[in-house]
Ligand binder design. Structure first.
Ligand code: IMP
Length: 428
């Protein structure tokens, strides 16, 4: 038995969905521990594309228990839409979905506040996904949050809603000069959601710990990536949760002694959506060609992702912060056809060379990346399943990364489909 955390090492969109889907084959339980429907995990099975936002990608395998943990913030409308969409494609979540009683609920006023506050920030905006994620976590920490267990308790729900809305409407009307929201409408809408969702709401911490004690294989599915972590990312251009491996403990109620492995998912290059610094960003045709070839458009918002070279400082940071035990390198095939590839090994700023990822936004924004160049490869790596069949220069690229990072690449993804993968080390 084993427990494995899957975590993004960059700014999200590393291809975690596919790796989780692949590893789920041998897992009994798959659990999401943070984020909300700001995430978008794309999985392709038999040429059918599935985009999941809230439900763990494990749901695409029959009979696996899927948990939405307490660290997740849940928009009930989005969750119901996702469940219905899956049902239309023949995937029934009914017997396998468990939702934490103590997960927080995203309310319409969270989206309203986010929209207004982003607008007010002008060119200082974060570039959020607009799903109400930040304001929902704000309420959680401020202890005003409404939790999933409040949905089947109409009186408690109504009391909290009324109290929260009086404060929110004051802000909307007076600070943002926006229209107030109506408590009765929200109440009626959310009571309908309660009817649909109540049967799944349970003590997921008890369930998951029992599963671990019964020696089942458990996969912890992180959303976003290390650099979007509210503590360890490029603050303030981050999401509002702990995206790192430690988030699996708080976001599910599982002790750190119960976690066996942490697999970091790293794209063979780097991307970022939204605002904020990105030292190795390619703002030229090269970046555009990676974007087009890699289909680098957000699974949630459709926004174009910014693209750039692989950054060793970021990966070293991710290895440290998450305690990675291995790396899964994704989208290697997108780098096919380049004469040369660059790998960032340092940043220069104000005459100083940085070899570790700096915390200062000022440094990250204005630094000059220091690169090493390696030879590219002309052959296609699409769908290759054995390491030895990769072009020699692709093997060298991977070996170089391993040497620089002092960690093993255990999985290589060579395409979108489930079986386009090289497995060098099993996780379960
Ligand atoms: P929020 O999570 O909607 O508050 O957005 C905060 C920042 O995180 C923005 O830059 C978003 O683009 C980014 N972000 C949130 N979720 C994802 C994701 O799943 N992939 C990539 N970026 C994300």
């Amino acid at each position: 038995m084993s427990t494995v955390v899957i975590v993004g090492t960059q700014w999200g969109d590393e291809g975690k969905g596919k790796i989780v889907d692949f590893l789920t084959e041998r897992a009994d339980v798959v659990a999401r521990y943070q984020g909300g429907n700001n995430a978008g995990h794309t999985v392709v099975i038999n040429n059918e594309k599935y985009i999941l936002h809230l439900i763990p990608s494990g749901v695409l395998h029959k009979g696996k228990k899927c948990i939405i943990g307490n660290g997740v913030v849940i928009d009930p409308a989005a969750l119901i839409e996702e469940m219905d969409g899956l049902r239309e494609k023949g995937i029934n979540v009914d017997d396998n979905l468990l939702i934490a009683k103590n997960a927080h609920v995203i309310m319409p006023y969270h989206m309203a506040i986010e929209r207004e506050s982003e607008n007010k920030k002008g060119n200082k905006k974060i570039g959020t996904t607009g799903r109400g994620i930040g304001p929902s976590y704000t309420d959680k920490v401020a202890r005003y949050g409404i939790r999933m267990m409040d949905l089947p308790a109409p009186d408690i729900f109504r009391e909290k809603l009324t109290a929260n809305l009086s404060a929110v409407n004051f802000l909307l009307e007076n600070l943002y000069k926006a229209a107030p929201l109506n408590a009765d409408e929200i109440y009626a809408q959310y009571m309908k959601y309660a009817e649909r969702l109540s049967r799944y709401i349970t003590d997921t911490d008890v369930f998951i710990n029992n599963e671990i004690d019964s020696k089942r294989n458990v996969l912890f599915e992180g959303a976003q990536g290390t650099l979007l972590d509210v503590d360890h990312g490029t603050y303030p251009f981050v999401t509002s949760s702990n995206t790192i491996a430690g988030g699996a403990c708080t976001g599910l109620g599982v002790g750190p002694t119960k976690i066996n492995k942490v697999l970091g998912i790293a794209k063979a290059y780097t991307t970022r959506v939204g605002e904020g610094p990105f030292p190795t960003e390619l703002k030229d045709e090269l970046g555009e060609s990676i974007r087009q070839k890699g289909g680098e458009f957000g699974a949630t918002t459709g926004r174009a992702r910014r693209c750039g070279w692989l950054d060793i400082l970021i990966l070293k940071h991710a290895i440290r912060i998450n305690g990675l035990t291995g790396i899964a390198l994704t989208k290697l095939d997108i780098l096919d056809g380049f004469d040369k590839l660059k790998i960032c090994v340092g940043y220069k700023y104000n005459g100083k060379l940085y070899e570790e990822f700096p915390k200062e936004i000022e440094v990250l924004t204005h630094c000059e990346p220091v690169y090493v160049e390696v030879k590219g490869w002309k052959e296609s790596t699409l769908g290759i399943k054995e390491f030895d069949k990769l072009p020699a220069n692709a093997r060298k690229y991977i070996k170089k990364i391993e040497k620089m990072l002092k960690i093993k690449v255990q999985i290589i993804s060579t395409g979108q489909k489930r079986d386009e993968i090289i497995v060098l080390k099993e996780q379960f």
